[in-house]
Design a protein around this ligand. Structure first.
Ligand code: NAD
Ligand code: DAU
Length: 337
């Protein structure tokens, strides 16, 4: 694949894993990483490839149409849009930036992609746009959109713009909707790295409500391999759900982390529930498996152990992040705890 790919949000958790994965797999591929370096963007994630001859970084905000245009003028064949405000709790505190980045930013990229005739635009979306499940059933690509948080509503808004650019302008798009990811370089505001770092510091582990909400976990590399397949084989205009059939309650996740780290369950502290907290997510990945031959490589039990070990081996990485802006956010979220 000797082509030029624009990856937005490539300094974040999944985007950085994706860039490393793609540069290893496709030696001829050129990647431009466009990232505004918000609190969640961290170029340290990419230190292993920062001098790669086919890698370029630009500190550009996807809502800045002029700056985005100037990068498209240099030639872009494929767009993979990871850039987003991604944390549900932050969207409850400050919804406006979610609309700006996740809806308006997506539209800016779509306009540039259309003007310059890209061959593929992949919108990296989320199962959260489908809302919540009861005790049974799974999200399919036909499940109606019913987002419940400002985050998921803004992602659904972005998805609908992507769909409209396919229907109206024939832009060759795909939308992927993945379940919860875990793995290296995940920002320690998200459940798994948050609980690992707090357990290691023997701080209380804030479990929302009864802790019985269910998420469907996928190792980040399996998400990257699915996006790779969608880029190459996805049928224009199609949505693909991505998930590995790994539903777990939050309490199960937290207990697994405590057990692995040899820390006591007394650290678990039930705190006030997240407003509008979706009860259960579960992805039906039958379409991407059947049509594109995707299969996840990691089972949850080994993936979570590897991930815990990664955070143990990279304490400096997360300790550096847990300062400055992170502290301000945690004061807003939990007071002084
Ligand atoms: P993240 O918060 O770790 O990273 C987001 C990145 O986007 C950061 O590097 C940030 O600097 C950048 N960014 C934010 N606003 C920007 C803007 N206006 N312009 C340019 N860059 C900007 O997020 P993540 O967990 O890696 O998620 C990446 C994408 O995958 C998101 O679109 C998210 O909705 C989606 N997704 C995430 C998960 C998950 O479990 N984390 C699951 C499914 C889908
Ligand atoms: O499903 C995909 C989505 O997964 C992505 O689109 C989002 O970008 C990503 O952030 C994630 O959203 P969640 O809200 O599911 O992830 P989070 O890690 O914030 O929370 C996972 C579960 O754990 C959820 O039920 C809330 C709960 N939780 C979370 C935190 C941060 C707690 O109980 N305590 C906490 O402190």
């Amino acid at each position: 694949m000797g082509r030029k790919m624009l990856v937005t949000g490539g300094a974040g958790f999944i985007g950085s894993n994706f860039i490393i994965y793609m540069l290893q797999k496709y030696p001829e591929l050129e990647i431009v990483n466009m990232d505004a370096l918000t609190y969640a963007g961290n170029l340290e994630n990419l230190s292993s490839i920062q001098n790669h001859p086919h890698y370029t970084f630009t500190a550009t905000n996807i809502t800045d149409a002029e700056a985005v245009e100037s990068w498209f003028q240099q030639g872009i064949d494929i767009v993979v849009n990871f850039a987003a405000e991604s944390h549900v709790d932050r969207s409850i505190l400050e919804p406006d930036i979610f609309v700006k980045t996740n809806v308006l930013g997506t539209q800016v990229l779509l306009d540039a992609a259309r003007k310059h005739g890209v061959t593929k635009f992949v919108q990296v979306s989320t199962d959260e746009v489908y809302g919540t499940l009861g005790d049974t059933g799974l999200f399919t690509e036909e499940t109606p959109l019913a987002p419940n948080s400002p985050y998921s509503a803004s992602k659904a808004g972005g998805d609908l713009m992507v769909r409209a650019y396919y229907e109206t302008f024939g832009l060759p798009v795909n939308i992927t909707r993945c379940s919860n990811n875990y793995g290296p370089y995940q920002f320690p505001e998200k459940l798994i790295p948050l609980m690992i770092s707090r357990a290691l510091n023997e701080q209380p582990l804030p479990v929302y409500g009864d802790g019985l909400n269910i998420r469907d976990w996928l190792y980040v590399e399996d998400h990257c391999s699915a996006i790779d397949l969608v880029i190459h084989q996805g049928k224009p205009g199609e949505v693909y759900n991505i998930g590995g059939n790994n539903e777990r309650t939050n309490l199960h996740i937290v207990r697994t982390i405590l057990e692995e780290l040899g820390k006591p369950e007394s650290l678990i502290t039930h705190v006030q529930d997240r407003p509008g907290h979706d009860r259960r997510y579960g992805i039906d990945p039958a379409k991407i498996t059947r049509e594109l031959g995707w299969e996840p490589k990691y089972d949850f039990e080994s993936g979570i152990k590897e991930t815990i070990q990664w955070y143990l081996d990279h304490k400096d990485w997360w300790a550096r992040i847990q300062s400055g802006e992170y502290q301000d956010y945690y004061k807003k979220q939990y007071g002084s705890r």
